[in-house]
Ligand binder design. Structure first.
Ligand SMILES: [Zn+2]
Length: 131
């Protein structure tokens, strides 16, 4: 437990909180690798309660590792099954505990493609000389 510094600002507390969340997710990963699933779930629970207490959001890279329905720690091949659905442009993660699927659309990639297309159209448009 980190000591609480007297007169520390809220920002500092949140920094400590997010640091602890990171540590807990690291521990959860290690626990999942050694197949200690209940332990991994407990770390996730702790990380979530820290996040709620200090109003720190779980970082994006970790959010996809928790089942949003039962909060199980998701580890591909052990507690979850990951698939890519290219038709629907999303990653589908199936939680093996509650059997529900969580979708992670890869919108950013689609948007990037769209932007590229748009800039191409724009250049064509602006290159057109009035006759
Ligand atoms: Zn689940």
């Amino acid at each position: 437990m980190p000591r609480r510094v007297k007169g520390s600002k809220k920002g500092e507390e949140q920094e400590i909180a997010s640091e602890r969340i990171k540590i807990l997710f690291d521990l959860a990963e290690k626990a999942a690798i050694s197949k200690k699933i209940p332990l991994a779930d407990r770390y996730v629970k702790q990380a979530r309660s820290i996040g709620m207490r200090y109003t720190v959001r779980i970082p994006k890279e970790y959010r996809s590792r928790i089942c949003k329905y039962c909060y199980a720690y998701l580890f591909p091949g052990i507690t979850s099954r990951t698939r890519i659905n290219s038709n629907k442009h999303r990653v589908e993660v199936e939680c093996l505990r509650c059997k529900r699927a969580i979708f992670f659309p890869y919108i950013r990639e689609i948007k990037a493609k769209r932007r590229k297309k748009f800039s191409k159209v724009a250049t064509l448009f602006f290159q057109k000389e009035p006759e």
